[in-house]
Ligand binder design. Sequence first.
Ligand code: GFB
Length: 310
Amino acid sequence: MDKSDKIFVAGHRGMVGSAVMRRLKAEAFSNVATRGRAQLDLTNESAVAKFFKEERPHIVIVAAAKVGGIKANNDYPVEFLVENLRIQNNVIRSAYENGVRKLLFLGSSCIYPKFAPQPILESTLLSGPLEPTNEAYAIAKIAGIKLCQAFSREYGTNFISAMPTSLYGPNDNFDLETSHVLAALLRKAREAKKRNDQKLVVWGTGKPRREFLHVDDLASACLLLLEKYDSPEIINVGCGEDISIVELAELICEIVGFDGQLAWDTTKPDGTPRKLLDVSKIRALGWRPAIRLRDGIKGTYDWFVANFAQ
Ligand code: GFB
């Protein structure tokens, strides 16, 4: 990539897109194209086609998606399926039609089978049934991967797909109904502390295990993949270590300074029992995450307090 390449970051205001923007700026990429939702609706096929024809970016990063935690995914499968299919179909096809030199599509660790052997190898894609709570989102993401691979095979494009593990960081969603676990627990712990509550309610049994990656580490991986990875085969992006939801909740309470009890709401789903990615492939390219979980959570909590909390 040249520093003057025109790079379109789809979804530049989201948690992932904004981290990619910070990284591009830090690395002195000077020609970054963005559009807010009011200016360009990525679910609108003709608007996306017009944008690409006019802007003609060289590089595209598809960080735009409808995302959410276990409850939002479970409650709104139609929206997760339709919106994500629309966004990715429009962006990926327009990228091909306008000669984009390289495109990076971002998927998710939920594309893998619910009971995939751990750590999860890229080759386990489509080897078993998906986790029902996020099947719609996973199917949309799998369709995006397959579309990139189909363009590469049929038309020789360089469209690659990366599968990040569970992400967190600045600009995360802190809405308790739609957020992922880490952001939700930061908010719940802060509010419980402020109210002097005796207990903090956590969903599920606490037994599931998740692997958390700071979004700034994902952004560094994205740039490395754009520079060094030219295969249509998917590649995992994770830190290689997971923790249980109990351990996460305890760590968050410690960071936030809430010293009450944890209470478990087992009417809420656990989801996939474990999601730990095998990261040998990206490690072989020389990439490693830089942010330790405790430091990343502390930084995210500070961001939440400064930008969002009452
Ligand atoms: O992060 P999360 O919503 O999604 O939940 P998934 C992870 C685990 O944390 C589940 C538990 O076992 C939840 O039951 N949990 C405990 C909580 N307390 C809370 C809480 O207050 N809020 C939330 N949200 N969870 C998502 C998928 O699955 O993973 C998406 O739905 C996406 O499609 C994302 O792939 C990475 O990790 O289970």
